[in-house]
Design a protein around this ligand. Structure first.
Ligand SMILES: C[S@@+](CC[C@H](N)C(=O)[O-])C[C@H]1O[C@@H](n2cnc3c(N)ncnc32)[C@H](O)[C@@H]1O
Length: 287
């Protein structure tokens, strides 16, 4: 343990926090910079130009943040925000921290749906609203519905729509496994469901397992519950010719998820790789 700086100078607190975080983290410099710039509400480069000092309150708060980080809490929950698809999203432990790999789903959805006149799009398991809000912003003519079972997640999603100034998105509390709309009105159904099989939960890092909501991670079964349910109900949601665009896991999971849709109701079943050549998106057209 290094001793805490005796004054509020920014560079002293930066060096102190980087040394503290080096005890448990490889990316200690990056995280120290990110946390301190979040606390001071400035960019990383501004951090190095700042001549001001941390107030006594900020010193105490930053020490508290570093202690939380050392205890394993993800930096995004501590600071209360993250970046996704170039936008700011508030996060708290009610929602999964949006992942960079999910940006691929947004890419594929934009590419697939942007040419439609006024596409109706639903995002199942919206969490922070990162997918629904990014799509609504990227396709202004779209009408997007984000659905989640967890009311606390929807409060975060509403807040994120407001801070990003997005008005063509709405949110609804609903259990996807019990509910479907009166008519199949959607051109696109997007979904990043809880897909970690119950027997793989013990492979998660402490950061994920101890801090992120279990409801967002696992179906407590084989990791395929949402894909199987969607394969039986997709036609109640999506119009003929419309699309399902789904995130899938790693290893054997993508193929197992794709196999759920091997029936005559579906065509153009495609697994799309990320930039590391792992198949991470399953795209399917409704017949
Ligand atoms: C993997 S997280 C995805 C969150 C966000 N879409 C993202 O990509 O970061 C899965 C989400 O599904 C929600 N969820 C879990 N079970 C659900 C259900 N039966 N019906 C609707 N949403 C559900 C969770 O609350 C969680 O927000």
């Amino acid at each position: 343990m290094t001793s805490t700086p005796q004054n509020g100078q920014i560079n002293h607190w930066l060096n102190w926090s980087a040394a503290e975080l080096a005890l448990t983290l490889e990316e200690n410099n990056k995280e120290a910079e990110w946390l301190l710039s979040s606390l001071l509400n400035c960019s990383k480069s501004e951090l190095y130009l700042q001549e001001g000092e941390l107030s006594l309150l900020q010193c105490t708060q930053f020490q508290n943040w570093i202690n939380k980080r050392l205890a394993g809490e993800p930096a995004q929950y501590i600071a209360g925000w993250t970046e996704f698809y170039g936008r700011r999203f508030n996060v708290n432990p009610a929602v999964l921290i949006p992942r960079p790999e999910t940006e691929r789903l947004v890419d594929v959805a934009i590419h697939t749906l942007q040419e439609l006149a006024q596409p109706q799009i639903v995002d199942i398991g919206t969490g922070s609203g990162c997918i629904a809000i990014s799509i609504a912003d990227e396709i202004p003519a779209a009408k997007v519905l984000g659905l989640d079972i967890f009311p606390n997640a929807l409060s975060v999603a509403e807040e994120n729509a407001a801070i990003n100034n997005i008005s063509n998105v709405e949110f609804l509390q609903s259990d996807f496994l019990q509910f479907f709309p009166p008519e199949p009105i959607y051109d696109g159904l997007l979904m990043n469901p809880p897909y970690i099989p119950n027997n793989e939960m013990d492979t998660l890092t402490k950061e994920v397992f101890d801090f992120e909501p279990a409801l967002a991670l696992t179906d407590e079964k084989d990791g395929l519950t949402f894909y199987k349910h969607l394969s039986a109900t997709a036609k109640k949601w999506v119009k003929p010719g419309g699309w399902l665009i789904l995130e899938v896991g790693l290893g054997g999971h993508p193929q197992k998820a794709a196999d759920c849709f091997l029936s005559s109701d579906f065509t153009n079943i495609e697994l799309i790789p990320d930039f590391n050549t792992n198949d991470r998106i399953l795209k399917i057209q409704i017949v």
